[in-house]
Design a protein around this ligand. Structure first.
Ligand code: ADP
Ligand code: ZN
Length: 607
């Protein structure tokens, strides 16, 4: 029985979606849900969650109901399914009444495979009655972390989705999320009454993403260097903390010839929606955004995600960077961060309205983020460790590729700590560094800090170098940035043994920031990059421009026609017949019929 379902699932995967094999736990999940089981699926972005409910919905009788928080993206989701020949639709407020009636009829008659609805819509009396009267294959609850009050995507309506279990106990439910932490997982299971559901927890590693974190100097200028040297032709996302910075950064990129668009919650709705749509539809656009942008964006070919400001937590950082490289092809996560970021984030926590307990949680999360930035070991190990996963050095992050040199930093650390002590722990980093470097400023004269024994003892190091030491002192827990308005540096208890000479300190040897190198394809494991020869690259470019035209004609995003990975494989295989094209990953029966002749013609014309 089960293996029969397995065979049918594989058949659908091959003929409909055009993929030769399931990835990771997909096969198990599909079999479990198709056989009527409940599931809670935790899989990183790009892991392939959609197939986990789409294929069971196709295998079971009736309609699969997909609950998804963002109505703005439903059209694209439905278009992508229709492109592969799956009968899909959505029900939301953008439709006319006639259209609604038509779709409701299809659902009632079971003449459709998947229907997308937002939770608030699903919970209406009308919709529940529709479901009562229709054959339902399953409920899929996408972005299930929205049920958690701790995350930044909390949606109160999600909590009421427990009604599904009470009202339809016999219909399988599958909840999916890319949020990994234990607390959120427990909350999802509990609030959605999925305590008895089988949990499928995948590895959260994203081997195709290369992580790098650089010291912020010029910020925007560094960003331009990064984009133009490593991703000049690619789509990417740049995250900034504030709306103002989003707009300024987008302007700055445009002035330098990079096609950038802004996105933040303060923009007029229609402009925001238009920018999002262009980003999804066209190739090579850079979206400069606040974290308001991204949830549910399943554009598979985002090649890089940059952070110009320090994220608040590793969860946030991982979720945001996870939007790069969903298609499994090489991608970059790049961040520039500096001491000022730490000061600013601390102040935001202190000034927030949250209660003390919550502030402490926020503070701990920020500390963990800082630890990642200042780590001397593999970034990926550190990230995965945060999510409770053990691993070894990855070979595909900045610290693996150019290992930071560790040096004994006990003496400079002692100098810093005693300078903080000598100025009575009442001054911010800038002044402390001035004292160490023996600067002559008004403030130093005013406070007679030039009389201190520590005055000028750090003149051998640059200001940048001292800033790096301060950041490490914070990350190592010797120093905190105070709550007061001056962000003064304070010593912690952990500083004492260092000051007394009882504890040695390892620091990262300071290296002047250098331009990042273009990522090479070599790495230790995980994925294989498909290198294209020059002529294949030309075919790929030709296919891409054909794709753009076709997508425009059909009014769908380019990736809905074919993904980059598929076009690359076509350029490699150079299929001169429909049969040869059939074997390419990502080419299902429907697409073969829709586009096969055109693709084969392009290949034959270019050979
Ligand atoms: P998630 O929702 O987990 O972020 P998606 O469902 O959007 O991931 O899938 C990510 C990408 O991987 C998509 O481009 C999808 O087409 C592709 N994909 C998913 N499953 C497979 C598979 N078994 N074989 C090949 N590609 C797959
Ligand atoms: Zn690494």
């Amino acid at each position: 029985m089960t293996s029969d379902i397995g065979a049918r699932a594989l058949h659908v995967l091959e003929t409909v979606f055009g993929y030769p094999a399931f990835r990771g736990q997909q096969a198990e999940i599909v079999e479990h849900v198709a056989s009527g089981g409940d599931a809670l699926v935790l899989m990183p972005t790009g892991g392939g969650k959609s197939l986990c409910y789409q294929i069971p919905a196709l295998l079971r009788d009736g309609v699969g109901v997909v609950i998804s928080p963002l109505i703005a993206l439903m059209q694209d989701q439905v278009d992508a399914l229709e492109e592969v020949g799956v009968r899909a639709a959505f029900l939301n407020s953008t439709q006319t009444f006639e259209e609604t009636l038509r779709i409701e009829r299809l659902v009632r008659n079971g003449e459709i495979d998947l229907v997308y609805v937002a939770p608030e819509r699903l919970l209406t009396q009308r919709c529940l009655e529709l479901i009562d009267a229709s054959p339902i294959a399953l409920f899929a609850i996408d972005e299930a972390h929205c049920v958690s009050q701790w995350g930044h995507d909390f949606r109160p309506e999600y909590i009421r989705l427990s009604v599904l279990h009470e009202r339809y106990p016999g219909i399988p439910r599958i909840a999916l999320t890319a949020t990994a932490d234990q607390q959120t997982r427990a909350e999802i299971a509990h609030r959605l009454q999925l305590d008895d559901a089988r949990q499928f927890v995948s590895s959260f590693d994203r081997p195709n993403i290369r992580y790098s974190i650089v010291e912020k100097t010029t910020g925007r200028k560094q960003l331009i260097d990064f984009i133009s040297s490593e991703h000049p032709q690619d789509s990417g996302i740049v995250y900034c903390l504030s709306r103002k910075k989003v707009e300024e950064t987008a302007d700055f990129l445009c002035q330098h010839g990079i096609r950038a668009l802004p996105y933040h919650a303060g923009m007029e709705h229609s402009v925001r929606a238009a920018n999002q749509s262009r980003f999804l539809r066209e190739d090579n656009i850079v979206m400069v955004a606040t974290i308001a942008f991204g949830m549910g964006i399943d554009k598979p070919d985002v090649r890089y995600v940059c952070h110009l400001d320090l994220p608040k937590s590793i969860e946030g950082y991982y979720q945001e960077t996870g939007r790069a490289g969903r298609d499994g092809m090489p991608a970059s996560a790049w961040m520039a961060y500096g001491l000022q970021d730490v000061v600013l984030q601390r102040r935001m926590i202190d000034e927030s309205e949250a209660d003390e307990t919550f502030k402490r949680v926020l503070s701990m999360k920020l500390d963990a983020m800082l630890g990642l930035c200042e780590t001397l070991s593999c970034r990926r190990m550190r990230l995965l460790d945060y999510f409770g996963e053990r691993s070894g050095p990855c070979g595909n992050c900045d610290t693996c590729l150019i290992p930071p040199i560790q040096v004994d930093g006990t003496v400079p650390m002692q100098k810093l700590l005693s300078a903080i002590y000598r100025v009575d722990q009442r001054f911010a980093a800038g002044h402390v560094i001035d004292v160490l470097r023996g600067a002559q400023t008004e403030r130093i004269t005013q406070w007679h800090h030039d009389k201190l024994t520590v005055y000028g003892v750090g003149a051998d190091r640059s200001e940048q170098e001292w800033r790096a030491i301060v950041r490490q002192a914070i990350a190592l827990g010797f120093v905190t940035v105070d709550h007061d308005a001056f962000s003064s540096l304070k010593l912690t208890d952990a500083a004492r043994p260092v000051l007394k000479g009882e504890q040695k300190v390892q620091l990262r040897q300071y290296q002047k920031p250098v331009k990042a190198k273009r990522p090479s394809s070599s790495r230790s494991g995980g994925y294989e990059e498909m290198e294209l020869s020059r002529s294949e690259q030309q075919i790929f470019e030709r296919l891409r421009s054909w794709r753009m035209g076709t997508a425009r004609e059909h009014g769908v995003p380019a990736y809905v026609v074919f993904q980059d990975a598929t076009l690359r494989e076509i350029a490699k295989v150079k299929p001169s017949s429909i049969d040869a094209l059939r074997g390419v990953s990502g080419v299902g029966e429907k697409k073969l019929v829709s586009y096969g002749d055109e693709i084969v013609a392009i290949i034959n014309e270019m050979m």
